[in-house]
Design a protein around this ligand. Sequence first.
Ligand SMILES: NC(=O)c1ccc[n+]([C@@H]2O[C@H](COP(=O)([O-])OP(=O)(O)OC[C@H]3O[C@@H](n4cnc5c(N)ncnc54)[C@H](OP(=O)(O)O)[C@@H]3O)[C@@H](O)[C@H]2O)c1
Length: 329
Amino acid sequence: MHFKALRIDQHNSGILAQYQQMSVDELTAGEVLIRVEYSSINYKDALAATGAGQILRRFPLNGGIDLAGKIEHSTVPQFTQGQSVVVTGSGLSETLDGGYAEFARVPASAVIIIPEGLSALDVMTLGTAGFTAALAIHRIEHNGLNPEQGEVFVSGASGGVGSLAINMLVDRGYAVTALTGRDSQREYLQQLGAQQVLLRQNLSLTTLPLEKARFAAAIDNVGGELLSWLIRSLRNQGSVASIGLTGGSDVHTSVMPFILRGVNVLGINSAATPRPLRETVWQRIATDLKPSKLDATRTRIVEFDQLLDVFPEYLHNRVHGRTVVRISH
Ligand SMILES: NC(=O)c1ccc[n+]([C@@H]2O[C@H](COP(=O)([O-])OP(=O)(O)OC[C@H]3O[C@@H](n4cnc5c(N)ncnc54)[C@H](OP(=O)(O)O)[C@@H]3O)[C@@H](O)[C@H]2O)c1
C-alpha cells in the first residue's frame, strides 16, 4: 500500500521538502500504525520544512510534529484498531516520521487516547501549542499560582501558544496582560479575554537589577531581553515559564530576582514530557483547562497539498492563532 507524505531531506547544502509516495515499511519503527486525519502547523514545523532552523536530527523524515487519527494496527495490547489518538512532539519530525503523511508509525509510549470531550479536530487545533500552553499553566500553578495573586503576562500573544494560554488562563479567572508586536491583533486578543494588550514596540525594557514587581506569573514565547526583563518584573515567589525564542536565545540576569524575590524560571520542553505528566495535562485540557474559545483560535484549516505555500508565513510572522492541516477526509 502506498500513501502520500511530505518528506524532508538534505539537498546540496540545504533542505528540500517535497511530496512523495511511500510505503508503510519505509516509515520509522513503532508499535502503533495510525491513519492520520489531521495535523497542524507550529513555528517549529515551518523551521523544519524550510531549513530556517535545524529540527530534524536524521534524514529523510516526514515533517509534522503533531498528528491525530485512528489506529490502523497495533502490536501492543493496550491499543486497538479504530481508537482515536493524538501524538504531539515525542520525536515526531526530529527522529521519527511525523504527521504530514497519510500514515504514521509511532512508539506506543507516545500515543495518547483522545480524552472524552475532545475530537481529532479539537486536539489538532490545540496541537503542540495548546499542550505546551496547558503544561506551562500546570507547572506555574504547581508552583503556587492562583488568580488572587495578580496579573499573568503572556508574550507572543497572537501565536498558537500565546492565544491558547490566554484563553485557558482567562477561563480560570486570571487577569491576563498580553504582549504582541502587531496592533492589528488587539481585537483578537481582547476577544480571547486579555484584560490589557501591550504593544512590543511601546514596551521600554529598562535594566534595573529589580524592576517594579508587577506580574504574578508569565508565559514567555519570546526569550532574549524580554525574558530577562520579565524575571526582574515578577512579584515575590512569581514564576515565568520559558517556552520560546522568537525574540532571541540569550538571557542575561543577575541573581537578585532569585535571592530577593524567590522568582522561579520554569523550563518547558513539551516534546520530551514524560508520559504520566503528558496524560495528566491532556486530561486537564479536556476538563478544567478546556479552552472555551477553541474555535476562534483555529484561524484556518489548510489542505495537505497546500503546506509548502503556508510555511513562509510563519517565518515572517504573518499568521495568528492555530492552523490545522487536513491530511485525509
Ligand atoms: N518549549 C516548548 O516545548 C515549545 C513548544 C511549542 C512552541 N515553542 C516555541 O514557542 C514559540 C511560540 O510557538 P508558537 O507555536 O506559538 O509559534 P507561532 O504560532 O508562530 O507564534 C509565535 C508568536 O511570537 C511572536 N513573534 C514572532 N516573531 C517575533 C519576534 N521577532 N520577536 C518577538 N515576538 C515575535 C508573534 O506574536 P505577536 O505578533 O503577537 O507578538 C507570533 O505570533 C516558538 O519559539 C516555538 O518554537 C516551544
